[in-house]
Design a protein around this ligand. Structure first.
Ligand code: G4P
Length: 318
């Protein structure tokens, strides 16, 4: 299985962004600090290409600080890009975003040339929380603009600073299988798009090496981190279930319940600070996935060419 879901109303969102982007000075891309690479929407990057970008690694309170530092360095090394970690509910760091936007577009500011910032990100990444924090008492929601009413909202954070809010954006196809699992584990994907047991097993695969000690601290199996790392994922899920009483009549494991327990513990931060991927890992997965797509496309093309050749051949000559 892989995790996929349909983009639905996304065409309208795409159109609204394309209309607005021409007059945008800075794009704020909100990412989930626990899965920065996987929570980046390639469609947003494509639509906003060439614009200075501020990557906001949100929910950093739930993420592994050492890995957040790796991701910040990775993004800060990219041209026209700045990156900061954030807990969207905290006021002072959220206001620091405004300063970061001015650094990215120093020529903007003042009533004549107000700063125009577009904010985007996948659903559940914390965009509303951040906007609420930023809005405080000062800002006014200026409401609707003709034509893009439902797709966009303009928020005045100051007299010379406008934030254009776009709806949470999904994308048509998740190319990297690991990203699908990480998005599902984080709660960004609707529950009917994936199998919880499968996602829990993939989550354990990501956790058992770097975060074995945190799993042990939560479930108290009495194992060393090395022993946890050596376990198979299904053994670990069974161990979670047995420890938490996720059992069926007769004492068999209730794998669905065990998966739900693990996923909830991850999502709420009960397993401690965790980041599911490093920049190096994500780059490797992306390359492998793109290669796989290219191989599939080449196979398809070869099959089509063979069919065409076959239909042109005279009967009995094939
Ligand atoms: P969205 O607009 O991008 O869809 O996301 P939203 O702000 O609604 O946030 C989704 C969930 O993530 C909310 O939790 C919110 O409280 C939580 N959240 C946002 N930013 C942070 C952060 O920096 N750290 C942590 N730990 N959580 C964050 P919820 O359970 O869905 O809602 P609620 O119970 O908090 O209201």
């Amino acid at each position: 299985m892989s995790v996929q879901w349909f983009p639905g109303h996304m065409h309208a969102t795409k159109k609204a962004i394309l209309e607005r982007i021409k007059e945008i000075d800075v794009v704020i891309e909100m990412l989930d600090a626990r899965l920065p690479g996987s929570s980046a929407n390639p469609m947003l990057a494509q639509l906003t290409a060439g614009k200075p970008t501020l990557k906001v690694l949100n929910k950093q309170d739930l993420a592994d600080p050492a890995r957040t530092a790796l991701w910040l360095a990775h993004y800060n090394a990219q041209p026209d890009t700045r990156a900061i970690g954030l807990h969207a509910g905290t006021v002072a760091p959220a206001r620091a975003l405004i300063a970061a936007c001015h650094e990215l577009a120093p020529h903007r500011g003042g009533m004549v040339k107000p700063m125009r910032v577009l904010i985007g990100g996948i659903p559940n990444v914390g965009k509303s929380t951040l906007i609420n924090t930023l809005v405080g008492k000062r800002a006014t929601k200026t409401g609707d603009e003709a034509g893009i009413t439902k797709q966009e909202q303009r928020i005045a954070l100051a007299d010379d600073f406008y934030l254009y809010d776009t709806p949470g954006m999904l994308w048509p196809k998740i190319v990297v299988p690991e990203s699908g699992y990480h998005l599902a584990a984080s709660g960004a994907v609707g529950r009917n798009a994936y199998d919880e047991e499968e996602v829990a097993l993939e989550l354990l695969k990501a956790l058992k090496g770097p975060y074995g000690a945190q799993l042990e601290a939560r479930y108290k199996w009495g194992w060393t981190a090395e022993a946890v790392a050596r376990c198979k994922e299904d053994e670990l899920l069974t161990a979670v279930g047995r420890k938490r009483g996720a059992l069926l009549p007769g004492g068999r494991l209730n794998a669905q319940k065990a998966a739900e327990i693990l996923l909830t513990d991850f999502r709420t931060g009960a397993l401690g600070p965790i980041t599911l991927e490093t920049p190096e890992e994500h780059t490797r997965w992306l390359q492998a996935a793109l290669q796989h797509e290219a191989d599939l496309a080449a196979e398809r093309k070869a099959r089509q060419a063979a069919r065409r050749g076959g239909s042109r051949a005279a009967p009995g000559t094939a």
